[in-house]
Structure formats: structure tokens, C-alpha cells
Design a protein around this ligand. Structure first.
Ligand code: NDP
Ligand code: 8X3
Length: 250
């Protein structure tokens, strides 16, 4: 059997970095992308350039994305799996107090770049009868205060995934939306502009999801028999569950 290749976006931290480790350990070739070139280089140093091909660019930059695809070495050019993981939340302010630039960055990254990446790789994925795993979030299903645009972008990711399934009917391409709950990665550090104590406080005692949990989930999905498709999967820590509605009285 020929070696399979996965392109994992957001490979420099959190879910993406753990997923690179999982797939390399499983014998796949990995294209690892993200902005932080030093972290990508460490992946290449650890595993070898024959296993990991690193491409450092901002996923919002369509020209850079096209160049990265055009520049794939032959051993990494046939993409069997696209893991659309790169993404972020910025800020926790209510909509009426939120920063518009942060809203636009979330939309550009979580929605526009994810759709562009998918569009550009679809011909190769169809050719390979491959798979797409999109990293959505419970924030796309459960509203919470300050979730505004972040949750909106993840609702897009979930629905886009289900619509892709319909359009790809008959191609053999599989599509999954993974919707994780609270997970300790660099997510909260990024969301709070680098507040490590806010991040530590949020996760303290919660026994959150860890990056390897999501990497294992992606690995399981990618290695199911070819006739099975996991449409969507919601994963939470045991210590997290939904809370109720609120009522304001004048
Ligand atoms: P991390 O902050 O640890 O990792 C985010 C990754 O996204 C980094 O590798 C980062 O790379 C990459 N990224 C962000 N912006 C860009 C950009 N403009 N161009 C290229 N890469 C970018 O967070 P997580 O691992 O937690 O997040 C991964 C995904 O999981 C996200 O889509 C997030 O929304 C989602 N998620 C997270 C949950 C959580 O609680 N942690 C729960 C549910 C979903 P770099 O900075 O080097 O560019
Ligand atoms: C991250 C999960 O609940 O912090 O997508 O928004 S949450």
C-alpha cells in the first residue's frame, strides 16, 4: 500500500501539532502549515524532510496558499486527507463591545481561509477519494456570552461540512465536522492576547480535552473503512455540559 498524505493546517500548536505527531507515528506523510516557521522546522528536524513537509504562511494569504500547493514536492502532492484545523477565537467581549478588527480576523481565518483551502484542494481529494476533517466547535451549536462571531464562524464550519457531504455525493470523498468543547491548548492564550493566568484559571480543575484526544479522534476517523463517514462528532470533557437559558426582567 502506498504511503498516505495528510495536510494539517495549524500544525504549530494544539490540536494540529498533536495530529502531526499522530499521523507521522502512523506512517503517513504530513504537510504541516502555520505561520510560525521555527515550530514547523522543529517538526521537520524531529521526523525528517521525507516525512514532514513544512510550509510557513498566513492561511489568509490566498497567493501564499496557492504557492504552497504549487510547490508541493512529488512525495507530498497527492493529498488523501485535509485537516482544516487552523483557527482562532479573539476576545470575549459582548457584540456591543467587541473589536471589529478581531471579528474580521476570525472570519478571514476560520471561514474564508478554510473555504479557500478546501476549494483549492478538492480536485486532488476527489482524485484520491480522500477525506476532509474540519475542526468546528461546540461554540457553533451552543451560544454563550462573548461567543458572537467566533461561534458564528464555527456554525459555518459545521454546516459547510454537511453541505460538502451532499455536493461530494458519489465521489467517495468523506467529510467530517469535529466539534470539540473545552480543550487546553494555546487557544485561550490567543483569545486573551497572551494572558497565561486567565488560561490557567479557565482550565484549572476542569480536566479539559487535551490535544492528543482530538488527534486520536482524527486518526480514528481517517482510518475507518472506506464505506463509513462520520458526519459530525461532538466531544466534551466529562466536567463540561450545557447550561440553561437566561431571563432579563425590567
Ligand atoms: P492553538 O492556538 O493551540 O492552535 C491554533 C493553530 O492555528 C496554530 O497552529 C496557529 O498557527 C494556527 N493559525 C491561527 N491563525 C492562523 C493563520 N492566520 N494562518 C495560519 N495558521 C493559523 O488552538 P487549538 O489547537 O485549540 O485550535 C485549533 C482549532 O480547534 C481551531 O480552529 C479552534 O477554533 C478549534 N477549537 C478549539 C477548542 C479549544 O477549546 N481549544 C475547542 C473547539 C475547537 P500559527 O499561529 O503558527 O499561525
Ligand atoms: C472552543 C470551545 O467553548 O471555548 O471552540 O468556545 S469554546
Amino acid at each position: 500500500m502506498s504511503t498516505k498524505t495528510a495536510w494539517i493546517t495549524g500544525a504549530t500548536a494544539g490540536f494540529g501539532a498533536a495530529t502531526v505527531e499522530r499521523f507521522v507515528a502512523g506512517g503517513w506523510h504530513v504537510v504541516a502549515s502555520g505561520r510560525r516557521a521555527d515550530r514547523l522546522q522543529k517538526l521537520v528536524d524531529a521526523h525528517g524532510a521525507d516525512k514532514v513537509h513544512a510550509v510557513a504562511f498566513d492561511i489568509r494569504d490566498e497567493a501564499a496558499l496557492r504557492a504552497a500547493i504549487a510547490g508541493l514536492p512529488a512525495a507530498f502532492a497527492d493529498i488523501d486527507l485535509l485537516v482544516n484545523n487552523a483557527g482562532l477565537a479573539l476576545g470575549t467581549a459582548t457584540a456591543q463591545q467587541a473589536d471589529l478588527a478581531q471579528w474580521k480576523q476570525m472570519i478571514d481565518t476560520n471561514v474564508t481561509a478554510l473555504a479557500t483551502m478546501t476549494h483549492l484542494l478538492l480536485p486532488r481529494l476527489i482524485e484520491r477519494r480522500g477525506a476532509i476533517v474540519n475542526i468546528s466547535s461546540i461554540a457553533g451549536s451552543y451560544p454563550y456570552r462573548g461567543g458572537n462571531v467566533y461561534g458564528g464562524t464555527k456554525a459555518f464550519v459545521s454546516q459547510f461540512s454537511q453541505n460538502l457531504r451532499v455536493d461530494l455525493h458519489g465521489t467517495g470523498v468523506r467529510v467530517t465536522s469535529i466539534e470539540p468543547g473545552m480543550a487546553e491548548t494555546e487557544f485561550t492564550l490567543v483569545r486573551t492576547g497572551g494572558d497565561q493566568s486567565a488560561s490557567d484559571t479557565l482550565y484549572a480543575g476542569a480536566h479539559p480535552i487535551v490535544a492528543g484526544d482530538i488527534a486520536d479522534t482524527i486518526w480514528w476517523i481517517a482510518n475507518l473503512p472506506a464505506h463509513l463517514n462520520i458526519n459530525r462528532i461532538e466531544v466534551m470533557p466529562v466536567n463540561q455540559s450545557a447550561a440553561g437559558l437566561q431571563v432579563h426582567r425590567d
